[in-house]
Structures are given as C-alpha cells and as structure tokens.
Design a protein around this ligand. Structure first.
Ligand code: ATP
Ligand code: MG
Length: 391
C-alpha cells in the first residue's frame, strides 16, 4: 500500500523568474534527506508529490519538517473518478472523530463540468447522508479540501506546518562564526532558512578552552545540520594569536582587537571556501563589543557583507528560538569560550579606530593569521555522532 504526500511550496511561489531553480533545489534537498527510503517524486509549478510506502509515511513526514522551502505537508488521497472520490472520502472520514466539517473544492482543471461550489455541495450532502455530523463553514472540526485536476481528484484533510523559508543552497554559502553560545546557532538557523548554506568557523584556544567547549560547538553544528546536511566545521587554532593580543594590546581593547582578528580570519576563510557573506550571532547592545561604535570599528577590517540575523532580537526571543530548534540545552552547558576567558574588567564600549590600528602595529598579526589558516582542522559532521560520543 502506498501513500501520497503533497508538499506546498509557500513563499517560493512568489519568485516567478527563479521558480524552476527553487523547485529543483528543493527536490535535490528532499532527495538527500530521504536517501534511505524508497519513493517516487513528481512536481509541477504549484505542488510536489511524494509517493511512498505507507509504513514510511510518518518517518518521511518527520524528515520533511526539516526542509526549508516547504510551507506545508499533507497526506493526499487520490481517486480517478468522482464516485470513487465520494466513497474514499467516506472511508477516510469514518476513521476520524469530528462533529462538524466543511468542504472546499478547487478546480485546477477549468474544463471539468461541475463548478467548485456545486461540487462541494454535492460531496457535503453525501457526507451528511452517511455520517452523523453537521456542516460548519466558519469553524469546522475538519476541513475537506478537494482539488480537481486533469488526471483525477485529490483530497486531503489535515495540513502539517512545514519549516517555510527558501531551499537551503539557493543563495550559495555563508561563513558562520559559530561559538558555543546561544546566539550563533540561532543566527545559523535563520540564515539556512533564507536559503544560505553554511560553512562554520570556530576559534579554539586550547588549553585556555577545553575539548568539551569544542565538542559542544560540533554538537551545535550537528543540530543545525539537520536543516542542511552539508555543514562543515573549521576549527581555527587561535591560542597563539590570542596570547599575542593579550601581551601587546591595552586591557580595555583586548576584545575589540580579538574580534577584528576573528573577522580577518573569517574573511580569508570565506574566500577560500566560496562563501559570499560572514554570519555571526551579534545582537545590538548585548555586550561591549556589540555597541554600534564597536561593531563599526570591528567591521572595518573587511568589505564583505556581515549578516547578523539576531541583531535586532532581544535575548528572550533568541532563547525561545533556540529552544524551538533544539540548540538551547547544549548552548547552556557551562564550558567557557575564548571570548569569556580573556574578558577584561572594563572592555571599551566606544573604541577608537586609530587606536586599534596603532596597537595592531605592535605585533606581526599577519603571519599569525597565516599560521591560523594553515593549521585549520576541518570536521565533516556525521549524522550519528552524538555529544556523549565526542567527549
Ligand atoms: P551568548 O549566546 O552567550 O551571547 P555568543 O556566542 O553570542 O554567546 P558573544 O560574545 O556575544 O557570544 O559573541 C558574538 C558572536 O561572535 C557570536 O555569536 C559568534 O558568532 C562569534 N563568536 C564568539 N566567539 C566565537 C568563537 N570562539 N568561535 C567562533 N565565533 C565566535
Ligand atoms: Mg551573544
């Protein structure tokens, strides 16, 4: 026995010129996600249909929930003739509990002889004759949606919400600065949702930061990788550069200079991996390095666009989203990051650009950056490596 899963595209249907590419990217992403299942996929400009074994339907729907570009998912039933449809509707409705219903018909095949309203009325009358229930057009317990197409009749009842957004990869790649905190995984998720695939960058400062801190970042990347499947984590050995900053730079400017170095490295790595933007979890005003002055002084080391998806969200909103995507519990594990280890008592909130440039002249940061780039460890995420296994 097979089921037919119908996928509605949502937002991408507004992109007329790019529609073909959108649908093709979505199809590729679905194929990757469902590679362990047997199914057939068909699509047109308005819908995608997946025909699969009835036993796999539930699992497949759970996988589809992680694919951006899908507005909603429904199990659709098919009948070749009107009479077959009327019987099938009764069979399906008898397996559900409801008191009121409404029929909604769309006639995609305008040549079909019965107008939509009349069709809904006829089907409704047949339901009333056979099942003890009532019509409620305003607030029904169940909606029966029928689509009349050239090849027959499709109907469905329950609509499952999809992840929305654009198919991942449609916008190329971005370089996500991924720390172990709450904000950057959320920033990554939001970018994926706009169709930007990710490469991640983590600044590791052993022995000041622990292996647990690094593994926590890998686990966070694993969680958001459910929405992509292509994510890699580039671990940058940051210790030497960070120690040089600590030795040469005024206390209050340590974080500002450190972040300028992070941006320089992010830019170099973005170019190497074909990433068009840098993404991070900065949020306006959250800490000293995220005042508008700090951001502009830090940002001035690169001409690449830096996207900050959570810049205008408050912390509670970011936390709610991180709970929703499942990163929160990992993010709050108490392993310290390089930013917190070297945090001065009074970091500057209005840094001066000329001062930064002067302080940076005191040490050869270019060759230290080269060393960082040359010694990056790249981690390919495996679907099944759980955090416990990484410890
Ligand atoms: P929190 O959720 O606690 O604010 P955070 O990761 O956002 O944690 P911040 O100090 O606010 O920490 O850092 C701002 C941004 O800089 C992060 O969101 C992240 O994008 C980037 N960042 C900070 N530390 C690192 C790191 N060790 N590796 C990679 N990116 C980092
Ligand atoms: Mg933050």
């Amino acid at each position: 026995m097979t089921d037919l899963i119908l996928i509605k595209y949502g937002e991408l249907t507004t992109k007329k010129g790019n529609r073909k590419l959108f649908i093709k990217t979505l199809e590729n992403n679905i194929s990757k996600k469902l590679k362990d299942y047997k199914y057939e996929i068909k699509y047109n400009n308005a819908r995608m249909y997946i025909k699969c074994d009835k036993n796999d339907t539930k699992d497949i729907i759970n996988k589809l929930k992680y694919i951006f570009g899908i507005h909603s998912i429904v199990i659709s039933y098919y009948a070749q003739t009107k009479d077959e449809l009327f019987d099938l509707v009764l069979t399906i409705l008898k397996s559900k509990s409801f008191k009121t219903f409404k029929v909604d018909t769309k006639r995609a095949d305008k040549d079909y002889e019965i107008p939509s309203m009349d069709f809904s009325r006829m089907l409704g009358a047949n339901i009333l004759k056979n099942i003890n229930c009532k019509v409620d057009v305003h607030n029904p317990d169940i909606k029966i949606r029928v689509e009349i197409r050239k090849d027959g009749f499709y109907f469905y009842t329950d609509e499952i919400k999809g992840a929305s957004g654009y198919p991942v990869g449609i916008q190329g790649k971005g370089m996500l600065m991924l720390s172990g905190g709450i904000d950057s995984p959320v920033a990554g998720y939001l970018s994926l949702k706009r169709g930007v695939d990710l490469e991640c960058l983590y600044f590791d400062s052993p022995p000041h930061t622990s292996i647990q801190a690094k593994n926590k970042v890998i686990e966070l990347a694993n969680i958001i990788n459910e929405y992509s499947g292509n994510i890699k984590v580039n671990v940058v050995p940051f210790t030497k550069l960070q120690e040089e900053i600590y030795k040469n730079v005024d206390d209050t400017y340590i974080i500002t200079i450190m972040r300028r170095m992070m941006y320089r490295i992010a830019e170099r790595l973005s170019k190497k991996h074909n990433c068009k933007i840098i993404i991070n979890g900065e949020s306006i005003g959250q800490v000293a390095s995220q005042t508008l002055t700090s951001m502009s002084v830090i940002n001035s080391v690169t001409n690449m666009p830096v996207i900050r998806p959570v810049a205008c969200m408050d912390k509670l909103e970011i936390i709610a989203l991180s709970e929703h995507i499942g990163t929160y519990k990992t993010s709050i594990l108490p392993y310290e990051d390089c930013c917190t280890i070297f945090l001065p008592k009074h970091p500057v909130i209005n840094p001066n650009l000329d001062k930064c440039i002067e302080m940076e002249k005191k040490f050869d940061y270019e060759s230290l950056i080269d060393e960082c780039i040359n010694n990056i460890e790249t981690i390919n995420l495996k679907k099944d490596n759980k955090f416990e296994d990484l410890l």
